[in-house]
Design a protein around this ligand. Structure first.
Ligand SMILES: *[C@@H]1O[C@H](CO)[C@@H](O)[C@H](O)[C@H]1NC(C)=O
Ligand SMILES: *[C@@H]1O[C@H](CO)[C@@H](O)[C@H](O)[C@H]1NC(C)=O
Ligand SMILES: *[C@@H]1O[C@H](CO)[C@@H](O)[C@H](O)[C@H]1NC(C)=O
Ligand SMILES: *[C@@H]1O[C@H](CO)[C@@H](O)[C@H](O)[C@H]1NC(C)=O
Length: 641
């Protein structure tokens, strides 16, 4: 390191120590807790804190989550501040690293129910897409996007189907069926209802009342016509089965505030023989509906339950009910029991710890019975007032690992077959939540090439280095990244180094200035999956050749020893394009040692200096305060003005 750079580093350390400013108050709308990427500056993603309690028991698979309502987006609309893509469909790996962000692909819109689905035997992704655009004037929104829609993507993240049903597609459920012919989705309509005889606390008997009649449809994917449409009011699900005492509406993406949201249908699924299972949050009940005539076969929970329920079975304000198994006598379902609610809809119902439940129904017994198969309390003892999901990671509900989404703050947990808590993860920021979360194997093969950037980095006047950054949004099979460099755009390209993929974005530093470079993603068998465009540190715009960073003389000099192992320049000059492909990475000195040696001494230096200055400041401040008559220093305040 040159004397100048030593001095500037010292100056930096001194400034840091002197400034000693309290850290600015954490602005939860700002990027705190969010991860940024050099290769993808247009997106940010929430960072997870992951706690693996029994790593050996954790099922393999990716997490499918939908960070949403980052309120900052609304605030920033006013200031015209740039809003990176951060809301929408995301895939994370089991270590909490981003794998795919679909936030830009769908304009930062809210997404619900993002999950892998098997259609015609191949993996697809499905999701419900809000029409809400953040920070975009309404006039600029394409007409096809002005209403809620459901989309299906293939595993290359290409949209292969879009279902648009103005006013009929509601956000809670959107599930393509395995034959790829129909989609099961929740639905609602506003209608006037005669309330005679209903005995509702918020309605004068006999008054007409605007009601949100929430049911579900099974819709043909080709014709977009319902093949089965079910409405609760038509099938004898009375207004007074609701637990809601307020008669208030639903302020969601549509303004339904004037229509009483009496049932709030939030999940629908199909049994083996084609009947339906659906869930009413405001009636706190699950219904089995006949595929033949839509009559209610049974009610579980709520005011008119058909089952004798064990003590742990009753649930309130539940989300995400799913069908798991049935035979002639038994049915197993999962219920996310919120056991609480956030709108004060019925204050006589105690608010409790939220739970994920697997419930066995014996429908042959008389009376029918409901028993708990497995029951998981929210591990931090908290309540999830809205949203949530339960997802078995195997075919046998009795023994499968269970993946649960507790919503805030992106809190998920996994349990093994012995019901042990084996994993917990949550977002670092509490500004982000997600409605449901799923876990599954997935193979993603994006059509876009890897994103690659080279930045000049310097450690002083004569020591320039090139920092390589590479990422590939959605590529699940990359194990290693190989970097290639050349003196001219047309090559020959030399293999510089192969490094393990680390998280969403992988970086590597080499001494010297690279003229031209690209990155190649390699799978576990060493097979190339795709390569990035060629990037250069040298600017080649109008007016000719401008050097954008301290220039060494191209790739051969870059490889000459700055420190570390000497490299024979002969060896490099004789390398041919053919040899490059199978050359080993020892052509260049490893940079790790190089950087460490130089920085280590200075780190110690800085630490000592920092300590000295801090100490002096402390003594000085204490003296000043003593003079003013205080015996101790004032408490540290982050919001010091
Ligand atoms: C699945 O197969 C059906 C019947 O062959 C076909 O109509 C449908 O388009 C396929 N769906 C997808 C998503 O491939
Ligand atoms: C609920 O409403 C129905 C239909 O209006 C009525 O027949 C029934 O008696 C009501 N039940 C109660 C408990 O008020
Ligand atoms: C509110 O909840 C209590 C306790 O479960 C219930 O008895 C009551 O009927 C509910 N109120 C209404 C209007 O449904
Ligand atoms: C149906 O499933 C239940 C619950 O798994 C099981 O106890 C019962 O033996 C099964 N019955 C038949 C006829 O397979």
């Amino acid at each position: 390191m040159s004397p100048t750079s030593r001095l500037s580093l010292l100056a930096l350390c001194a400034t840091a120590a002197l400034a000693q400013t309290p850290i600015a108050p954490v602005d939860k709308w700002s990027a705190s807790g969010m991860e940024h990427f050099i290769t993808r500056p247009e997106l940010i993603a929430p960072r997870y804190k992951v706690n693996k309690i029994h790593p050996e028991a954790i099922a393999p698979g990716y997490w499918f989550v939908t960070p949403y309502y980052v309120t900052a987006q609304e605030q920033r609309k006013e200031t015209l501040e740039y809003i990176p893509c951060q809301t929408g469909a995301h895939i994370f790996d089991g270590d909490g690293h981003l794998v795919w962000s679909g936030a830009c692909q769908y304009e930062n819109r809210n997404i619900f129910g993002f999950r892998p689905v098997e259609i015609n035997g191949t993996q697809h992704l499905s999701m419900w897409l809000s029409r809400q655009f953040v920070g975009m004037p309404k006039e600029r929104i394409p007409v096809k996007d002005q209403s809620e829609s459901g989309v299906i993507l293939n595993n290359q993240y290409e949209e292969i189907h879009r279902l648009i049903l103005p006013h009929a597609l509601d956000c809670h459920e959107f599930r393509p069926q395995p034959d790829g012919k129909t989609i099961l989705h929740t639905w609602h309509e506003r209608i006037d209802v005669d309330t005679t005889g209903s005995n509702l606390p918020h309605v004068v008997d006999g008054e007409k009342r605007k009601v949100l009649n929430g049911g579900f449809w099974e819709t043909d994917l080709t014709t977009h016509e319902p093949v089965f449409a079910w409405s609760p009011l038509e099938h004898g699900l009375h207004l007074n089965e609701s637990y809601d005492t307020t008669g208030s509406g639903w302020v969601g993406t549509d303004d339904h505030s004037d229509a009483w949201d009496y049932i709030h249908m939030n999940a629908v699924d199909k049994t083996t023989d084609g009947d339906y299972i659906c869930s009413g949050r405001h009636t706190s009940a699950v219904y089995k509906v006949s595929k033949d005539d839509g009559h209610i076969i049974w009610r579980l929970g709520g005011k008119r339950s058909d089952f004798v329920m064990d003590a742990d079975v009753p649930f309130f304000w539940q989300h995400h009910v799913a069908f798991l198994f049935d035979n002639a006598t038994h049915t197993i379902i999962s219920v996310f029991d919120n056991a609480g609610e956030d709108k004060g809809r019925n204050t006589s119902i105690p608010q409790m710890v939220s739970k994920a439940k697997l419930i066995v129904l014996d429908t042959a017994a008389r009376p029918m019975t409901a028993k708990i198969l497995r029951n998981f309390e929210r591990p931090d003892g908290d309540r999830t007032p809205m949203g949530g999901s339960v997802y078995p990671l195997g075919d046998d509900p009795a023994t499968a690992n269970i993946f649960v989404n507790w919503v805030l703050p992106g809190y998920v947990s996994e349990y093994d077959s012995n019901d042990r808590l084996i994993l917990e993860a949550r977002f670092e920021t509490d500004a982000v939540k997600g409605y449901r979360a799923f876990k599954s194997d997935f193979v993603g093969r994006p059509t876009e090439p890897p994103a690659f950037k080279v930045l000049p980095v310097g450690y002083g006047k004569d020591e320039a280095a090139s920092a390589f950054y590479v990422s590939w949004n959605g590529a699940t099979e990359v194990v290693d990244w190989t970097f290639y460099g050349a003196d001219s755009a047309s090559g020959p390209f030399y293999k510089l180094e192969t490094v393990k993929k680390r998280g969403f974005e992988t970086s590597w530093v080499m001494p010297g200035v690279v003229q031209y470079a690209y990155a190649e993603g390699v799978d576990k068998n060493g097979i190339s999956l795709g390569r990035s465009a060629v990037e250069s540190l040298v600017y080649h715009g109008a007016g000719g050749y401008k050097i954008a960073a301290p220039a060494l003389e191209g790739i051969k000099q870059m490889a000459s020893p700055v420190s570390g192992r000497p490299v024979s320049s002969e060896r490099l000059t004789t390398i041919t394009a053919q040899q490059v492909a199978d050359s080993d990475s020892s052509v260049l000195p490893a940079t790790d040692g190089l950087l460490n040696q130089q920085l280590y001494g200075f780190f110690i230096y800085c630490l000592a200096l920092f300590g000295l200055i801090c100490g002096a400041r402390k003594i000085y401040t204490t003296m000043v305060w003593r003079k003013k008559g205080y015996s101790a220093l004032p408490a540290f305040r982050v919001d010091d003005k």
